[in-house]
Design a protein around this ligand. Sequence first.
Ligand code: PGA
Length: 252
Amino acid sequence: MRSRLVAGNWKMHGSLAANQRLLDGLKSGLKASDGAQYTVCVPYPYLSQAQSCLSGTPIAWGAQNLSEHAQGAFTGEVSGAMLRDFGCRHVLVGHSERRALYGETDKQVAAKFQAAQGAGLIPILCVGESLQERESGVTEIVVGRQLAAVLDSSGVGALVNAVIAYEPVWAIGTGRTATPQQAQAVHAFIRGVVGRQDAKLAAGLSILYGGSVKAGNAKELFAMPDIDGGLIGGAALVVEDFVAICDAARSA
Ligand code: PGA
């Protein structure tokens, strides 16, 4: 049985006061469960707040990015070891906003994936196609290429300690969700690509769906055989919504 994970991606939102309300709400709304794990990926300055609030609870925390370097003269960058210092368990790698707005290449994403694992973090590797790519029928080529960059540099075995998130770019923050069938098809493709190298590992790999997941559509997405949870943006900022999505993951 694959473990289910619901990960909140707060993006560049929050304040000490607003986070406190959100974290307190999540703490009282989310109970420990064998059925699902929860994590929140917060902006760097709030890692300490997440750590002091969430230690000893069933909710893990993490960051949204990290440097591919271990240390050095890289002004403005944050290393995996620094994230571990604040108790992070997860880190997003290759989110489409990083790829599109900050020019992160497949090669750089693969290096970040490796840096995360080297620091003892679980990378959540984000892959996904743009609308234009979907409409040109190259979804599998794009997702396959993004996946291959990591498989080639870290080897398939590295995926034992990683999570993949399929996020079609056209569904992120747009309110336009992939249908459960559209998402399932790409999830099955991803599992198949990994499975050609290691079938057992692929069967146990958690693959999350992300892109306009809401309380109202989570259940039908999580009911698909290859969807093992979600990466949640907007709805992760609202206690009731995130809790409802976690409930859906637990009962799917
Ligand atoms: P969204 O964002 O849920 O707001 O679409 C998802 C993400 O970017 O991870």
